[in-house]
Design a protein around this ligand. Sequence first.
Ligand SMILES: Cc1cc2nc3c(=O)[nH]c(=O)nc-3n(C[C@H](O)[C@H](O)[C@H](O)COP(=O)(O)O)c2cc1C
Length: 153
Amino acid sequence: MTTLDMDLEQLIYRSELSPTFRRGLNGDLPDLLEQARRLNAARRITGLLLVYQGCFIQLIEGRPDQLDVLISALERDPRHRNMNAIGRRKIKQRAFPDWTMSARDLSADDERIHKRLDEAGAALPPTMSYSGVLRFLKRIWAIRFDECQFVYV
Ligand SMILES: Cc1cc2nc3c(=O)[nH]c(=O)nc-3n(C[C@H](O)[C@H](O)[C@H](O)COP(=O)(O)O)c2cc1C
């Protein structure tokens, strides 16, 4: 997405999957993503969604008023709970301009994924600082998971 946006913000939050959220290719993520991408394209929102250790970590970026609309919808969404903002900040340009929402579901029992994460030094920082989580997301998205399941490019 090319951006002539003058006023841009980026937000990262973490939430917990609802107990009824189904993982895997036949689970709830494909439908969620289809909906997110359709709405985000219309609202010029881009970002990343990671499913990791029972949590969602999502980065969204776009115009502040559009982010506010999305955040209100996210807060009402029963597919997750205990939403916690890691931070929100003004940005000069989008970090992920090409993705209306790229997603990865890092299945806890997939050893290949964890080997790759270790090799890339990608561990979720315990303090969850904004810059630490952003670095963690960028590292994960830089890893090629070609042979692994649950990558939604
Ligand atoms: C983890 C998670 C991530 C989501 N990401 C997005 C997103 O990026 N964009 C979006 O429009 N909706 C996203 N949704 C869906 C919204 O919560 C909401 O259902 C959707 O925006 C429709 O809003 P409405 O209920 O006001 O019509 C996400 C939901 C969950 C649980």
